[in-house]
Write a protein that binds this ligand. Structure first.
Ligand SMILES: Nc1ncnc2c1ncn2[C@@H]1O[C@H](COP(=O)(O)OP(=O)(O)OP(=O)(O)O)[C@@H](O)[C@H]1O
Ligand SMILES: [Mg+2]
Length: 403
């Protein structure tokens, strides 16, 4: 029993618990197989959630619907506190056929959490197992605990999914406030850029933002989202250079549970998560070759499949890409696919470096020093005339970020 409890505490997934428990039980009892099935709250269905031992149990149906005329009998059997024994093929009230339609000696009982029936434990074995009924009865509690752990694990996964979704919604609301915080130079050095932003925001066309590091590519991407019909939808930024090549597919398109080692739960990819909104592919020039192919496909027809998935999914996503690299050069050198370049460069927006819009430097400097002053001392700070002259004369290789 000690061993059994230890195994139960070692595993969270019921399938793993049962697999690990079977040999412990079989070492002491003439048991051939063990089966754990969840029972729905209305007692209308049984679902196999764990099995171990004789391969014959693998052939059993995973789901069993309890026919209407058997519901009452099945429900009252579940209320019995003792383990029931069936010998040979005897099955007076059809319960055995519902629990586990296999021949030989069968013992089964309900798994409970307090008064609530969660499932059943069924054990098949040699005729001698009949003498061990008390042991099987004692096993109900650890198996019920394993089932409870599993339920909690899945509840946690559900809660985490929901918390993540809430978090994303809150973040995108915060980002929206940031954006409304004003784009300095919109009427001056960025005038042409902002006109292009307004023009393209009305469409769903992909946009490619080009500009040196720190020049405001992300600011522009958010402005496009903000001014589009998708403003209330999600805005997600993904740094294409930061994804491991072997995970690119799963990151972009999601995966089904168990589709690869480590895929313990199904996960939505970036495309699904930004449905109805904008997906900002930052540093698109760093996208690994395999991902370029997949991205091309989704840009062509808006459809994709999750890794390990059975269904073609569609999504309504506007793609905005950005890069500080020389994409045409990458195309020439064969690092970036030409067909993908054509797809994403339909509407290019070129952000001028800060040294080519010196007229914005004083306004930016005032904007940042005011913010920094408030944050650090509670009082806004203003640059002097001499400060501004020095700032305007500097070439700003790191652009607005450096400033
Ligand atoms: N016109 C602007 N008005 C106010 N702040 C700006 C402006 N342009 C850029 N910034 C600020 O400068 C910083 C850099 O901008 P952003 O992150 O958009 O640059 P980037 O081109 O994406 O840079 P990188 O290539 O390094 O990713 C950010 O903090 C951003 O808020
Ligand atoms: Mg950026």
């Amino acid at each position: 029993m000690h061993d059994v409890w230890r195994e139960v505490s070692r595993h969270l997934e019921i399938g793993e618990s049962v697999e690990a428990l079977f040999p412990r039980v079989a070492a002491h009892l003439p048991v051939r197989w063990v089966l754990v099935r969840r029972v729905t709250a209305d007692r209308s269905r049984l679902e196999t959630v764990g099995a171990g031992g004789d391969p014959a149990i693998e052939g059993l149906p995973l789901r069993t619907e309890v026919p209407a005329h058997q519901r009452a009998a099945f429900a009252s059997w579940l209320e019995e506190s003792q383990v029931t024994t069936w010998r040979g093929l005897g099955d007076r009230d059809g319960i055995r056929g519902l629990v586990a339609p296999l021949g030989g000696l069968l013992l089964a009982g309900a798994l409970r959490h307090g008064d609530r029936v969660l499932g059943i434990l069924a054990v098949g074995g040699e005729p001698a197992l009949d003498d061990d009924r008390a042991v099987i009865e004692a096993l109900l509690e650890p198996f019920a605990t394993a089932l409870i752990n599993d339920g909690r694990l899945h509840e946690l996964a559900r809660l985490r999914e929901r918390a993540e979704a809430d978090n994303r919604a809150l973040l995108s609301r915060l980002q929206r406030q940031d954006v409304s915080e004003a784009i300095v130079g919109a009427e001056a050095g960025l005038r042409t850029v902002m006109e292009q932003v307004d023009q393209v925001a009305r469409t769903d066309a992909p946009v490619l933002i080009l500009g040196e590091t720190g020049s405001g590519k992300e600011v522009v991407a958010r402005a496009i989202h903000q001014r589009s019909r998708r403003a209330e939808g999600p805005f997600l930024r993904i740094n294409c250079g930061a994804i491991a090549p072997e995970l690119v597919d799963s990151e972009l398109f999601g995966h089904e549970r168990g589709s690869f080692t480590g895929a313990v739960a199904a996960r939505k990819g970036w495309f699904e998560r930004s449905d109805g909104g904008t997906l900002f592919l930052d540093e698109v020039g760093d996208l690994p070759p395999a991902a370029q192919v997949r991205l091309l496909r989704v840009l062509q027809d808006g459809s994709f499949m999750r890794v390990g998935g059975q269904h073609v999914l569609t999504c309504d996503v506007r793609v905005v890409a950005a890069t500080h690299r020389d994409l045409p050069g990458l195309v020439r050198s064969g690092t970036f696919r030409e067909d993908l370049w054509y797809r994403i460069s339909v509407f290019p927006i070129k952000l001028p470096p800060l040294r080519e819009r010196q007229q914005d430097i004083p306004a930016l400097a005032r904007h940042f020093s005011e913010r920094a002053g408030l944050r650090l001392s509670g009082l806004p700070i203003a640059p002097t005339r001499a400060d501004l002259d020095a700032l305007v004369a500097y070439p700003w290789p790191g652009n607005v970020r450096e400033l």
